[in-house]
Design a protein around this ligand. Sequence first.
Ligand code: PLP
Length: 481
Amino acid sequence: MTTHSRFNLKALLESNAGLGHELHAAHVNPRFATVLRTIGYDRDYVRAEGAHLFDRAGHRYLDFLGGYAVCNFGRNHPTIRRALEDALSLDLASMVQFEAPLLSGLLAAELKRRIGRGLDHVFFTNSGTEGVEAAIKFAKCATGRPALLHAPKAFHGLSSGSVSLNGCDSFRQGFAPFLPGCRQVAFNDLAALERELAKGDVAAFVIEPIQGKGVNIHSPGYLAEASRLCHRYGALFVADEVQTGLGRTGSFLAIDQEDDAKGPVEPDMVILSKALSGGYVPVGAVLVKGEVWRKVFTTLDRAIVHSSTFHQGALAMTAGLASLAAYDETSAAENARRMGARIKAGVEAMKPRFEMIREVRQRGLMIGIEFGPPKSLLLKANWAATHAMDKNLFAQAVVVPLMEDHRILCQVAGHNQDVVKLIPPLVIDDADVDWFLRAFESVMTSLHKPTATVGLLARLGKNALFGQRRESGEPTEAAQP
Ligand code: PLP
């Protein structure tokens, strides 16, 4: 088929080059545009490869955010890109709806082969939140019970159902009433969990094996025992591996490192999304035990009682299959373990010199660096001043210069926590780790000076007033390794 369309993506991008922030501020989310400008994140990325982003002037950035853990195998991985190009050029029959798509059958079989644990059926979604919504419905339907348990600081998405399981007030304010029967259970506390389960009304305990907000890690044995407790009291155990799955923590699933002497973690459902997309096409998957699935999809007239229009489109399924191939090709989990251990060791080696580094929590390339109050008097005043202004400000004081002075993109981990979080693509190499450690050391050196608070305020004020536009002009190599 020939096309006479005048639509030309390249020309559209070229003729509007540099207008991203202006258009965003005018038409999309002006508040977010202001945040980006204030913290110096108003860059103009035009290309990406692996763990690196490039702006219009050709500056290279180190991406330690990975699109919120979407780009595990690096941005624009050639295997995934080629598979998608193939899928497009084949003119596949996608979203016929009344059919059994080959690609979704293949992806479901491949996920089951890799995960095992007696999970028999795969329900595809378009996002992590949709996976959580499916799990909530399946759990209620299969158990006939109304209640759901979640942890403090939990993050399972922001739709009405998933935000009801959110453990951060900042995400909940203004959105009440929530789903009835959602209860918070103390983090890492088996006795508290048992007390809640003993009430006899719990459909499921939904839990992140490692919490995204703050990178909080359970004690060894907690997850395995929690799953056994759930089953003892007739509740389901749902592992939300949306962020931790596909190699992030150094194994295919995070729960793969949590089986204990008494037995394996026994999830009734495992939710995946993010990295399954390859960074290209939104996709998620809920792996479900057969006995749960059969209680939901009970009869022929309930065969699609839970579904959605886009849930197994050909491009999404292709991205999923190709991402699993890229997982193998990049030895993603193994590299995550090696590079993660290097970052942890590097930051811990700085602890004796920088009193505000409190703890490094790390599994693979899911890393939280927590800061704590200093002992020396002058620094104490700085710490108090930044916290009096804003509870997130100290962690921002770390990520802002990492970007502005060293071109490293990362994030503050959640609200009111002094934690900086690193979730880079799992393909980072030794040079990337060196780049980060050098930059982090330099930022720590300036933050451990008495003038640090004044410097930060001056920086934020200047950004808010004048913005950045650093991407214009010649590339300066100063910040690059
Ligand atoms: N569950 C977890 C553990 C997550 O980290 C996230 C997103 O960050 C979600 C669910 C929601 O996924 P999505 O943003 O794709 O809806």
